[in-house]
Design a protein around this ligand. Structure first.
Ligand SMILES: [Zn+2]
Length: 579
């Protein structure tokens, strides 16, 4: 996923508590953060920070640019109950007039510590957002520390140390990449870490938790799952086998690992936001409750964990130099190559069968082949514009052209792989680039930045070619059709017929959607309300647009089934490419 991490703005909030301590370390202050999540089922979380301070004005930030989210997505609207004290006396504070994530606290003479109390009003309804989205149910809660803290101005996130503790509802278990220093009942104390690594270490907690070891080699890897029911964790053994193979295959691909231990943190719930968010040593991924125990659910969610895992190498270890600025222009590597490699590892690990993997590629190619926004907007601009556009609505999505640096780059990196194979007469592939760019030496989390020139240089080391020209063309070119050079150069052909693919059938299992992007050029709910249309295709030419409603088809009341039958019948009597 994406959002850039703003080192400048990413200071955190020191929270409070128990045996936690605050003070001054060698590089900067140590903030004690105590989080009380015992009321998580009510969706309100309490936090207290003890922050070293000096008399005068103490400036504190609430994290705004969240690592991996590629935008200013910190949930400032849900920061409530804010109160500052020193030695029991309430302190005056005021929000900055220019920057709403910044607070100025007046510290009296003689005081050297400020205690900040805050409540995080965790969302209670589905709204756009990643870690700021729905995160708590009656049975589970996903702790993202950035939502629960403030941090003092004047320090980088690596210079600030946080000594964090967490109180959970009685009987709840948890999983995280953070190291536990001690535990007493429902209170967990974590070893002090930099603010960077605290935010890198979300915690999943719940009544139902399952731990699946994936690799006992050094460094180890495990899958931690929480769910709204015990039954949701009862997936067939093959599921765990695929994830064990995923860890193995990633090691073969990259030839090194950049973590001390890795935790896949997977939440299974119909009542939390659904997404994946990457970290150095874990990922916070959330899918529907029955995703692992139903075959269609497994098909639809396959690829998520491989994608987030790849980010440990591409996005965390190797990171665009200007993502700390933050600028997003190199997301075609950060997210684009991750999407390609994630899909590749989903196939190599067996999570997707070869046939399903081809379906996924075909769907991406078909979507892009009908993306009307390609006419006006190039791929580079989809990356450049993401901080301001990531929460755009579905209506006009096709013509607006959203986060295409994910999917279009799957086609483009496949093309790069084809070029390498052709230039080296089959001796090398993109695997060699992965080992060179993301590989040895292994070690604990660190960041090694890169620029456009570094990518070109590494590709040239694998296979001399005009890579600068290749990428400049791919990023700036735009037109009405998808870039299919990689797909066709691999010996495949994109075809359309009247039979839905295995992937489409899995997606249609609940019959809630009408997806007619490739036939008449529209998508709609089963109630007939148009979500989007494709400029230049039949529906748009017929005067149909987003928000309108299809009432009936050939005299029959609209439903997804009626629509599909009508299209099928029409195709049977009008053999056409659009079917
Ligand atoms: Zn991603």
């Amino acid at each position: 996923m994406g959002s850039s991490c703003g080192v400048r703005k990413f200071s955190c909030l020191a929270i409070f508590l128990l045996s936690a301590f605050s003070g001054w370390g060698a590089n900067g202050p140590t903030v004690a953060l105590s989080v009380d999540a015992s009321e998580a089922p009510r969706k309100i979380i309490h936090a207290q920070l003890r922050i070293p301070a000096k008399p005068g004005t103490l400036t504190l930030y609430y994290p705004k640019w969240i690592p991996g989210e590629h935008g200013p997505t910190g949930p400032i609207t849900d920061l409530t109950g804010l109160k500052f004290t020193a030695n029991g006396k309430t302190l005056k504070w005021r929000r900055d007039l220019q920057e709403g994530f910044e607070f100025h606290v007046e510290v009296p003479a003689g005081e050297n510590e400020v205690v900040a109390n805050l409540d995080y009003a965790s969302p209670a309804s589905f709204e756009p957002g990643y870690s700021s989205g729905l995160s708590a149910t009656e049975k589970l809660y996903i702790v993202n520390w950035n939502t629960l803290l403030l941090y003092p101005a004047g320090y980088g996130t690596d210079q600030l140390t946080y000594s964090a503790s967490l109180r959970l509802p009685a009987g709840w278990k948890f999983g995280t990449s953070l190291h536990v220093s001690n535990r007493a009942g429902s209170d967990i104390h974590f070893s002090p870490v930099s603010l960077t690594m605290l935010v890198d270490g979300p915690v999943i907690a719940g009544e139902y938790l399952k731990v699946v070891p994936l690799s006992t080699e050094n460094p180890p890897a495990e899958l931690d799952l929480v769910a709204d029911s015990a039954a949701a964790l009862d997936a067939p053994e093959e599921v765990w086998e695929h994830y064990r193979d995923l860890v193995k295959q990633a090691g073969i691909l990259f030839g090194a690992r950049h973590y001390t231990g890795y935790h896949f943190l997977l939440t299974l719930s119909d009542h939390v936001a659904h997404f994946g968010l990457e970290h150095h040593e874990s990922n916070d991924s959330r899918i529907e409750e029955r995703s692992l125990i139903e075959e269609d659910g497994r098909k639809l969610t396959a690829g998520l964990l491989p994608h987030e895992y790849v980010h440990s190498w591409n996005g965390k270890y190797r990171r665009p130099a200007d993502l700390a600025t933050p600028e997003t222009d190199l997301l075609w590597v950060y997210e684009g190559l991750t999407s390609y490699l994630g899909d590749m590892l989903a196939a190599r690990s067996g999570e997707r069968t070869p046939s399903l993997a081809r379906d996924v590629l075909a769907q991406i190619a078909a979507d892009l082949d009908h993306r009307s926004g390609r006419v006006w907007r190039n791929l580079q601009d989809t990356a450049d514009g993401v901080p301001d556009m990531q929460n755009a609505p579905h209506a006009w999505e096709d013509y607006r052209r959203g986060l295409d640096y994910y999917d279009e780059d799957v086609l483009t990196w496949l093309w790069a792989d084809v070029v390498i194979r052709q230039q080296t007469k089959g001796a090398k592939s993109l695997d060699d680039f992965c080992k060179l760019f993301y590989g040895a030496p292994s070690g604990p989390p660190m960041v090694k930045t890169y620029t456009f020139d570094d990518v070109v240089s590494a590709l040239n080391q694998v296979a001399p070619y005009d890579w600068r020209g290749f990428w400049t063309e791919r990023l700036s070119n735009h037109g009405p059709r998808a870039p299919l050079g990689g797909l066709e150069g691999s010996g495949w052909k994109l075809v359309y017929d009247e039979y839905p693919s295995e992937l489409d059938r899995a997606g249609d299992r609940d019959g809630k959607n009408i997806n007619a992007h490739y036939s008449v050029g529209l998508s709609a709910g089963s109630d007939g309300v148009i979500r989007d249309t494709v400029e230049g295709m039949l529906a748009a030419k017929a005067g149909i647009g987003p928000g309108m409603k299809i009432v009936a088809v050939n005299g029959r009341r609209i439903s997804a089934e009626v629509w599909r039958e009508s299209i099928h019948t029409w195709c049977g009597t009008n053999r056409s490419r659009i079917c």
